[in-house]
Design a protein around this ligand. Sequence first.
Ligand code: FAD
Length: 153
Amino acid sequence: MKARSISSKEEIEDIIRKCEVCHMAMVDPDGLPYLLPMNFGYREGAVYLHSSAEGRKIDILRNNPQVCIGFSTDYLLRHQHPEVACSYSMKYRSLLMTGTVEWIEDPDEKIAAMNIIMQHYTGLDFPYNMPAIREVCVFRLLPRQVSGRAYGY
Ligand SMILES: Cc1cc2nc3c(=O)[nH]c(=O)nc-3n(C[C@H](O)[C@H](O)[C@H](O)COP(=O)(O)OP(=O)(O)OC[C@H]3O[C@@H](n4cnc5c(N)ncnc54)[C@H](O)[C@@H]3O)c2cc1C
């Protein structure tokens, strides 16, 4: 069976809604890949992320804000013959988004972005205290390119 490309906004948003975690790939100053699991939120085509202000990820992103973010869901292992390895496959749907991270610095925009993340996990908005908002790094990816692929669906 061939994988199918995904391009409809509805299907892209359905995949994102179902993902608990994304994986963000970065390129460090030595040209080496660095990939981290991250919580996220999504609104109107943009992925919202947050982080403490220190650490390797933030150092890398300040130096090179180009990222690729992956999402995948709907895993289902199946087989035709339980004793034949090559007859096993996994159904899935996945997305890759590439582009340049934008920093969100304005406190009100940070709160809005944090609530986009919290909405993804809880469906709720929350109040925040200003010191916490000042401390946290918030950024978003409005992707330059989105590719989607489904296998078995
Ligand atoms: C489900 C999940 C959701 C997460 N959500 C967020 C989020 O929304 N925001 C956020 O900032 N972080 C999140 N994390 C943690 C994130 O993956 C990083 O561990 C964290 O952000 C620190 O990254 P850093 O580059 O600053 O690490 P540093 O402390 O600078 O890393 C030092 C070294 O530790 C190793 N390392 C760092 N992180 C990991 C890791 N996750 N797994 C294995 N080795 C690692 C690397 O070798 C790295 O070079 C999440 C992790 C998981 C598993």
